[in-house]
Structure formats: structure tokens, C-alpha cells
Write a new protein. Structure first.
Length: 264
């Protein structure tokens, strides 16, 4: 005698279908939750990296030609200088000390564009504050005596002539390293900076009538530019030309203090 197989009842089929549907919904919800968590973590990590480690900027002017070109995009190291400090020859990005940049009133953008730009800036893909910053080459550290120019048109730092022919842009090959003379001693916690496009850079020389007398407070410095990321055919590390400054001695005030003598 055989046992007859009975067909599933409509109720059982409906129950299995409902269970399968719930499982699929849970699967999609779990997947969506995981994607959101991953995106949020990625944004948070990118934000922390941008805020404390590396930032992206674009170059809005030709003041650093030919080292940097207009619309180049660069990465700026924020963390290393906090431990090692800055060196002569470094290319630094800094906030306007006051009066260096013209006041520009921009037309308001649609809220959607502002929101997208803000989100991209969080992860370093946009740099909306580039127009509020400047990029120059560091020539004088705190205490340095910087003078332009000697008999052959070179800038001197603490009495040592600097051969800048490898990186500065001048009207002619034999032109002086600066068309304007200056003789300054860099105050404590400040820097003296110049653009590589030496005759077309509104740098420390041109801002001596501002409240900071042309000096850049170290606290205004965002970091040291180290890499061109775009355009791709210019991708590469920046050259600080530290070797040109290797022979510069310490400022006299620091030498006197280290020797136990009062600083002049």
C-alpha cells in the first residue's frame, strides 16, 4: 500500500513566500546599511586626513612660475612640519596675513552647488578656500637677516649669497633676483617668503606696508607643498632646492644666545 503525497496547502505556500520575501528585504537592508557605514567611515577618514595630514589646493596665479603653473593642483603636508619645522627653500601654503589678497565679492552660487562643493572639500576633492591662501618659497626663517641684493644681484641670507638661478623666473638671465631692494631681519615666529616668478609676485617685498610688515606668522602656515597632482603630465614631487641654502649660517642672535651671550 502506497502513501499518497498531498500538495502543499495555499496557506503553507503563502507562509513560505512571505518568509522568503522577508529574508530578501533583510538582505537588502543589511547590504544598504553596510554601504552607508563604509561610506561614512571613508568620509570621516578622508576628513581627518584632510584636516590633520594632507590638503589639496589649486594654484590661482602665476606668482610661482615656472615651478607651479596656473591651475596646478598640489598636495600640502600639514603634519611633518609640526615635528620638523620649516626649512629655507620650502614651498609653503599660508592664510593671508592681512591685506595681501584683494577683497573679492563672489556672486552667490545655487545651494546645491555649494552643498556638493562642501562635501567634496571634506574628502579633499575640492579646495574652495584656495583663493584665501597663498603659496610662496620660504627664504628667511626667524632671526634671519635677508638682504637684496649683492653686487651680482643675488639675495643674501645671514651674509651668504643664494644662487637661485635654478628655479626663479626673471625678465632676463642676468637680472637681479629681485627688482626691489630690501634689508630685513625676520621676527620671531615669522617667515619671509618670495614667489619664484620674482618680478610678478606680490610677496613679502610688496606687503611691507601691511600690519605684518610683509612677514608671515608661522601660525598662518597650513603646511609644505610637496606634490603636483594635476595636470597628469606635470605629476611629480616639488623641488625645494635645499642645497642652495646649505651654506647659510644660523642667525647671529641665535648663535649669540647659544654661546651664552645676550642677543643683540
Amino acid at each position: 500500500m502506497t502513501t499518497e503525497k498531498t500538495s502543499p496547502t495555499p496557506v503553507a505556500e503563502s507562509s513560505r513566500a512571505a518568509t522568503s520575501s522577508r529574508r530578501r528585504r533583510r538582505g537588502w537592508l543589511t547590504f544598504a546599511r553596510d554601504v552607508v557605514v563604509i561610506v561614512l567611515i571613508a568620509v570621516l577618514v578622508s576628513f581627518l586626513v584632510k584636516t590633520f595630514v594632507v590638503r589639496s589646493f589649486y594654484i590661482p596665479s602665476g606668482s610661482m612660475e615656472n615651478t607651479l603653473q596656473i591651475d596646478d593642483r598640489i598636495l600640502v603636508d600639514e603634519i611633518t612640519p609640526r615635528f620638523t619645522g620649516y626649512s629655507r627653500g620650502d614651498i609653503v601654503v599660508f592664510e593671508d596675513p592681512g591685506g595681501w589678497l584683494p577683497v573679492v565679492t563672489e556672486a552667490p552660487r545655487p545651494p546645491v552647488i555649494e552643498g556638493v562643493d562642501w562635501l567634496l572639500s571634506l574628502v579633499g576633492l575640492s579646495s574652495p578656500d584656495s583663493d584665501d591662501h597663498l603659496v610662496k618659497r620660504l627664504i628667511g626663517l626667524p632671526g634671519d637677516h635677508v638682504v637684496c641684493c649683492n653686487s651680482v644681484g643675488q639675495i643674501t641670507v645671514n651674509g651668504t649669497a643664494i644662487d637661485e638661478s635654478a628655479y626663479i623666473k626673471t625678465p632676463t638671465a642676468d637680472a637681479a633676483a629681485s627688482g626691489d631692494e630690501f634689508d630685513v631681519i625676520v621676527p620671531d615666529d615669522s617667515l619671509w617668503v618670495l614667489g619664484d616668478n620674482r618680478y610678478r609676485s606680490k610677496d613679502s617685498r610688496y606687503n611691507t606696508d601691511q600690519p605684518g610688515n610683509g612677514f608671515v606668522p608661522v601660525e598662518n602656515v597650513v603646511g609644505r607643498a610637496f606634490l603636483i597632482t594635476w595636470p597628469f603630465d606635470r605629476f611629480g614631487l616639488l623641488n625645494f632646492h635645499h642645497e642652495q641654502f646649505a651654506g647659510v649660517s644660523d642667525p647671529e642672535s641665535l648663535v649669540a644666545t647659544d654661546a651664552g651671550e645676550p642677543a643683540p
